[in-house]
Design a protein around this ligand. Structure first.
Ligand code: ATP
Length: 239
C-alpha cells in the first residue's frame, strides 16, 4: 500500500475569531487522488489554503513526506513540493501566457532529473504555445484553466492541490481537464481535487473526504461513495 505523502491531524483554522476548520484529519496516499467534496462554504478552499500556509493552522499538524509544515511560508511550502491551482484560475490577466509561466518558474523546486519546463507545459497544452504572447486575460476560461495548471506544474510539485478545476467550463473542456488530471496522476503526481462536480471527482479519485461545516463528515473509498448515493444526497444535496 502506498505511503501517505500528506497527513493532516487535528487541524483547526480561523478567519479572525471565526473558526472555519474543526480538527480536520485526512491523508493523501502517494500517487493517488483524494477527492475533497462538500457544499459551498464547507471549508474546502480553507483546507487547501491552510495546507499552502496562506491561512495558519491554529491547532494540529500538517505533515508532507513525513516533515511538519508548521511555521513554513507559502514560498517554502512550494519549494518543498506542493503547488496549487486556485479556484477561479487567478492567472495574471495583464501578463502574457509566457510571463505567467515565467513568474512561476522563478519559484520552482530545484530538481536534478527531468522536470517541468515551460516547453513541456506547451507540449501538454499546444493551445498555450500558440497563444504564448497573448495576455492571459484574453484567453477563454478553458485556456486560463490550462494556464493555471501549467503555472502550478512548472514549480515541479510532488503534490498538486486543485480547487474546482471544472468550475464554469463547458462540458467538452471539462472532459479535457479530466484527461489532463488523469494523465498527471498516471505520471506519478499526487493530487487533492476539490470539486463541486461529484461525478468527476468520483471518476478520478481513489479516496474521498466530505466536509460539512468545517468538519470531516465522511472519509472513505470513492468506489464506496459511488455505491452509496445517499452519502452524496446527505453531504452534497444538489447532485
Ligand atoms: P466554496 O465551494 O463556496 O468555495 P468552500 O467549501 O471552499 O466553499 P470556504 O471558502 O473554505 O468553503 O469557506 C469556509 C468558511 O469560511 C465559510 O463560512 C466562509 O464564509 C468562511 N470564509 C472563507 N474565506 C474567508 C475569508 N477570507 N474571511 C472570512 N471568512 C472566510
Amino acid at each position: 500500500m502506498a505511503s501517505n505523502i500528506l497527513e493532516l491531524t487535528g487541524v483547526s483554522s480561523y478567519y479572525g475569531d471565526s473558526q472555519a476548520l474543526y480538527e480536520i484529519a485526512l491523508s493523501v496516499r502517494e500517487g493517488t487522488i483524494l477527492g475533497l467534496l462538500g457544499r459551498n462554504g464547507a471549508g474546502k478552499t480553507t483546507c487547501l489554503s491552510t495546507i499552502m500556509g496562506f491561512v495558519k493552522a491554529r491547532a494540529g499538524t500538517i505533515r508532507f513526506r513525513g516533515d511538519s509544515l508548521t511555521g513554513l511560508s507559502p514560498e517554502s511550502i512550494v519549494r518543498a513540493g506542493i503547488a496549487i491551482v486556485p479556484q477561479g484560475r487567478r492567472v495574471f490577466k495583464s501578463l502574457t501566457v509566457r510571463e505567467n509561466l515565467a513568474v512561476a518558474v522563478h519559484s520552482a523546486r530545484k530538481l536534478s532529473k527531468a522536470s517541468w519546463s515551460m516547453e513541456k507545459v506547451f507540449d501538454l497544452f499546444p493551445r498555450l504555445r500558440e497563444r504564448r504572447d497573448q495576455y492571459a486575460g484574453s484567453l477563454s476560461g478553458g485556456e486560463q484553466q490550462m494556464l493555471a495548471i501549467g503555472r502550478a506544474l512548472v514549480s515541479n510539485p510532488l503534490l498538486l492541490l486543485m480547487d474546482e478545476p471544472s468550475e464554469g467550463l463547458a462540458p467538452q473542456i471539462v472532459q479535457e481537464v479530466e484527461l489532463i488530471i488523469k494523465m498527471l496522476k498516471d505520471d506519478g503526481l499526487s493530487i487533492v481535487l476539490v470539486e463541486q462536480n461529484a461525478d468527476l471527482a468520483l471518476r478520478l479519485a481513489e479516496d474521498v473526504v466530505m466536509f460539512s461545516t468545517g468538519s470531516v463528515a465522511f472519509s472513505g473509498k470513492a468506489e464506496d461513495v459511488s455505491r452509496r448515493p445517499e452519502l452524496i444526497d446527505k453531504h452534497l444535496a444538489v447532485f
